[in-house]
Design a protein around this ligand. Sequence first.
Ligand code: NI
Length: 185
Amino acid sequence: MIREILIWPDPVLKQPARSVERVDDGVRRLLDDMAETMYAADGVGLAAPQVGELVRCIVIDTSPKQEGQHLIHLVNPEIVLAEGVTTYTEGCLSIPGEAEEVERAARVVVRALDRSGKPFELDCDGLLNIAVQHEMDHLQGTLFVDHLSALKRELIRKRMKKLKAEKAAERAESVKKAPRHESAL
Ligand code: NI
């Protein structure tokens, strides 16, 4: 099921996510919904708080832009090694239409549980490395705009507020245009 992606600023996006106690069918359903939502939005990564669920779950698939990659599920991820520095122009499904250069570690090794609850380690480089750090930020209520200057962040905040107002107006309009039902239930 495709979920609605929260748009920043939204109080839920600022909250830390809690650890998953057991990878059960409910968690797998959430991971599947997140993957479907990410693909539908043309994203390469999505964290559970972006669909309003404050749990430590991430999906990433950098394969459209990175050779040899595939869909990865990360439950309760922890960074066990980070080295070097790199920069990348990042976007975010919760901040549509915006992209800014952000400084990240050049390589991370992450430890997590997979979709079946089995622990694994992932050595990340290239876009996957950026995606893992970006999505793990979401689990602590941090977005890429939090890495920017206050001035840049405020400009983006203004544009997002305008975008949200436009979306709300569109929704109101489509409700008005909806065909009238003869029998209201
Ligand atoms: Ni994001």
